[in-house]
Design a protein around this ligand. Structure first.
Ligand code: BES
Ligand code: MN
Ligand code: ZN
Length: 497
């Protein structure tokens, strides 16, 4: 999408749709007041009549706008004129974007960048508008025999009264880089299991490596993983006809030899549960069990596209979890790369089995911090629903930094405890640990399992089981937690650490 920032008169914009806000209490924003004059008082009349009150999220499309250069005017509820919450701004931006995209319009001019938002600057607002519109214009129709013929929004202009546009312009450029990463994450995640086995994730990584000199991509095959002793990861893969891959992407954007941020993404391209097979209803959604991997690839793409001054490494263990004559069975004991043995009591707790070896492998990059991202537990969906990702960490400052990044981006996480008290739930009579910890505190015991492999570095775990995709009518990948991770990385790149 082409997005530009400019100063100009709202009534003189030649566009398919001019978007202006009406504040709470039927108060016209300054852009809306200008348009009201051009339309001979139509907007005031509509407000008076009660067609629009100005509450956040309200919309009213005027399909005629004679007197202005626009074909249509979209009125959007802008909330309190004195200032709204950041989340309210995001929600009205998304509402405006969805309305314009659903109407099949090719271009729009938004007069929303000058709304007052508490504790946020012009750059943040411009970036959020860019993300809202690119996000709404995202479409996944690769698998349809005939792609949708509805026109796609291709051009957006952010109109402002500010004297300087450079801050907003820089923010839009950054948001567009992020949007490319987000679209890659969503595309890969939305692909069905048969079109996206582990080798497809490896291809996506290699394509990124080709496109960006700053990215070095390596893919380890089964034999190499065997040599490294990754008995746990390979155990999950042994029931599938698809070969496992261990994908690494090394981005060097900081010439100084600073320690990298290492992102480890769960890449189970389909999780049937294995021999501990899942129930039928909703099982299709387990194609999304590689959303952690997809978010790592999306972040790597955005970071490389933007050429950020930071070092980042992505590690993706990619497997398919299937029942088969060769598959692992409940009771099987395997030896992980760390040397610790694991009794597999439930083959459906496979995410931790591939992550533990990937986390041991991550140590070789001498990380500053390691963050794993995984659709790890159904229990996390029960605990936090689809609003927040679960966050568990062995390092308080890292946890705080991630929570802040979530708050700032609106892609929030919520911390759960990682106390030693929970560790005993993983006791096994036959191995060093079991791979499940019983019904209680499932998200925490899953993280406790991972914690046994991350003792040598600062580490955080994001459980994105509830946030990575939408179910129901709007079924599809959300792109989360790419916004959180990008906020985290952008802040670090800015700080130069
Ligand atoms: N991929 C699932 C977790 C999941 C389930 C994510 C539903 C989103 C929605 C994971 O591999 C899994 O099956 N976890 C089990 C763990 C249990 C066997 C301890 C679960 O959550 O039921
Ligand atoms: Mn599972
Ligand atoms: Zn899984």
């Amino acid at each position: 999408m082409d997005i530009s920032v400019k100063r100009g008169h709202p009534a003189e914009q030649k566009t398919a749709c001019l978007i202006v806000a009406v504040h709470a209490g039927k108060k016209l924003s300054s852009a809306a007041a200008t348009i009201d004059t051009a339309l001979g008082g139509t907007l005031s009349k509509l407000c008076k009549r009660g067609d629009l009150t100005g509450a956040v999220g309200e919309t009213l499309m005027l399909h005629e706008a004679n007197g202005t250069a626009a074909e249509r005017v979209l009125l959007i509820g802008g909330g309190k004129a004195e200032g709204i919450e950041a989340a309210e701004f995001q929600s009205l931006a998304q509402k405006a974007a969805r309305t314009v995209v659903d109407a099949g319009l090719r271009n729009a001019v938004a007069c929303l960048a000058d709304l007052q938002v508490k504790d946020r600057d012009a750059g943040w607002k411009a970036a959020q508008l860019a993300l809202a519109f690119t996000g709404a214009a995202y479409r996944f129709d690769q698998m349809k025999s005939k792609p949708s013929r509805k026109p796609l929004l291709a051009k957006l202009t952010l109109l402002t009264e500010a004297s300087r546009t450079s801050v907003a312009e820089a923010a839009v450029t950054q948001a567009l880089g992020m949007a490319e990463g987000l679209a890659l994450t969503r595309d890969l995640a939305n692909l069905p299991g048969n079109h996206c086995p582990p080798r497809r994730l490896a291809e996506a990584a290699r394509a990124l490596g080709k496109a960006h000199k700053s990215l070095k991509v390596t893919v380890l095959e089964r034999a190499e993983m065997q040599k490294l002793g990754m008995g746990s990861l390979l155990a999950v893969a042994q029931g599938s006809a698809e070969a496992p891959k261990l994908i690494t992407l090394e981005y060097q954007g900081d010439v100084a030899k600073s320690r990298p941020v290492v992102l480890v993404g769960k890449g189970v391209t389909f999780d049937s549960g294995g021999i501990s097979i899942k129930p039928g209803p909703g099982m299709d959604e387990m194609k999304f069990d590689m959303c952690g991997a997809a978010s790592v690839l999306g972040v790597m793409k955005a970071v490389a596209t933007l050429g950020l001054k930071i070092n980042v490494v992505g590690v993706i263990p990619a497997v398919e979890n299937m029942p088969d004559g060769n598959a692992i069975k409940p009771g099987d004991v395997v030896t992980s790369m760390s040397g610790q043995t694991i009794e597999i009591l439930n083959t459906d707790a496979e995410g931790r089995l591939i992550l533990c070896d990937a986390l041991s492998y991550a140590a070789r990059f001498e990380p500053d911090v390691v963050i794993d991202i995984a659709t790890l537990t159904g229990a996390c969906v029960i605990a936090l629903g689809s609003h927040a990702s679960g966050l568990l960490s062995n390092h308080d400052p890292l946890a705080e930094e991630l929570l802040r990044a979530g708050q700032r981006s609106g892609d929030r996480a919520w911390r759960l405890p990682l106390w030693e008290d929970y560790q005993k739930q993983l006791d096994s009579n036959f191995a060093d640990m079991a791979n499940v910890g019983g019904r209680e505190a499932g998200t925490i015991t899953a993280a406790c399992f991972l914690a046994r492999f991350t003792r040598s570095y600062r580490w955080a775990h994001l459980d994105i089981a509830g946030t990575a995709w939408h179910s129901g009518k709007a079924k599809g990948a959300s792109g989360r937690p790419v916004p959180l991770l990008m906020e985290f990385i952008l802040n670090r790149a800015r700080r130069g650490s």
